[in-house]
Design a protein. Sequence first.
Length: 262
Amino acid sequence: MASSMPFDEQAARRIEAVYASPDVAATRAAVLGALEPRPGERIVDLGCGPGYLTRDLALAVGPGGRVHALDLSGPMLALARRRCRGLPAVGLAAGDMTAFALPDGSVDAAVAVQSLAYVPDVARAVGEIARVLRPDGRAVVLDTDFASVVWHGRDQARVDRILAAYDAHVAHPGLPRRLSRLASDACLATVRREVVPILNASFRPGTFAHGIAPFIRDFVVGAGRVPAKEADAWLAEGAALDAAGEFFASLNRYLFVLRSPG
Ligand SMILES: C[S@@+](CC[C@H](N)C(=O)[O-])C[C@H]1O[C@@H](n2cnc3c(N)ncnc32)[C@H](O)[C@@H]1O
């Protein structure tokens, strides 16, 4: 299994909508700030999803650069293709980040944003990043640690059951804690680590929490981990908490800048 979660048409569209939110746009800005893509560079975007970052990278490297964007999911690649139309730097390909068709040492930089945690053989994917980076190349990796999720509920035990069940949507819910070790095993040095938090004190359309909650509901119910009635009651509680001025949800994403040996 190359990913813990298949991103079908519906999941891809939902992720596209959630990732348009200002909360996730701020995460992308942090990634771009850490990567500092420059005109003419060759960059690989691993697990490019709907292609928001791919597009930003293509605009930064310009027509003289190259952004290789790779994803397992056909529906995600279709969204990325539409988003990157007219950008000559972008090359989109279906592929697995544990084994992809780029030569050794062929890119200046790699990014893997909210994608490595889905890969069961994550050590192999980190090894692939190390393989394709040129000497003194850099990579930016960002993933959520799902133990950092704080979601207030009047029935907190119900929230905790739902969040515990949701952990199974990724292969590695605690990946950030292990990432520097995985990187050093692949001869990549960690040169910077940062927390990139998301905090929502309201449950309104356009917030990350409002967008991701139905995704969580469908995953935990579809996987048979939580009864639909319980998950629906949790989902409905968001609006009630919001109306009472009591909604509170937060999580941490962790950003790593890695470097290959010079
Ligand atoms: C949550 S989305 C993140 C998308 C994008 N990086 C972003 O931040 O907008 C995770 C993506 O990783 C992709 N993915 C998961 N496992 C993969 C693998 N083994 N190889 C390539 N892509 C993978 C999924 O198909 C999905 O599009």
